[in-house]
Design a protein. Structure first.
Length: 121
């Protein structure tokens, strides 16, 4: 036999690594567009449940919360910590800051002494 076929670890077909799945992206976009057609009806339903005195309290609260979240955005949650950020090396500090959503451009201006842990509220 000639031993045809792929060698272990060799890829011959399919999408290239890290290339987007265009069909999946298109399906997601289509689903989003379909769901958005029902936005007004969904908001009306939330409102109906919220004002219905016969609806269970949990359902009314959930509906009110959903309306508030969509109208004003979700409330931010304060986070406290007891870490000494001055002991982090620059690489770990940058990774933690990026994970917390700090723009990388802001990191350049933060020195080690500026990292002192804030007092807990």
């Amino acid at each position: 036999m000639s031993g045809g076929g792929s060698r272990p670890g060799e890829r011959r077909g399919g999408r290239k690594p890290n290339s987007p799945n265009k069909l999946k992206a298109e399906a997601k976009r289509s689903l989003t567009e379909l769901a958005q057609q029902y936005t007004d009806k969904a908001l009306e339903t939330f409102n109906e449940i919220m004002i219905d005195q016969k609806a269970p309290a949990a359902a009314r609260v959930a509906a009110a919360s959903a309306l508030l979240d969509r109208g004003h955005g979700k409330a931010t949650q304060p986070v406290s910590h007891k870490w000494d950020l001055t002991k982090l090396n620059d690489e770990l500090f940058a990774a933690l800051a990026v994970a917390a959503g700090v723009p990388t451009t802001a990191l350049e201006s933060i020195s080690r002494r500026d990292r002192a842990a804030p007092t807990a509220h």
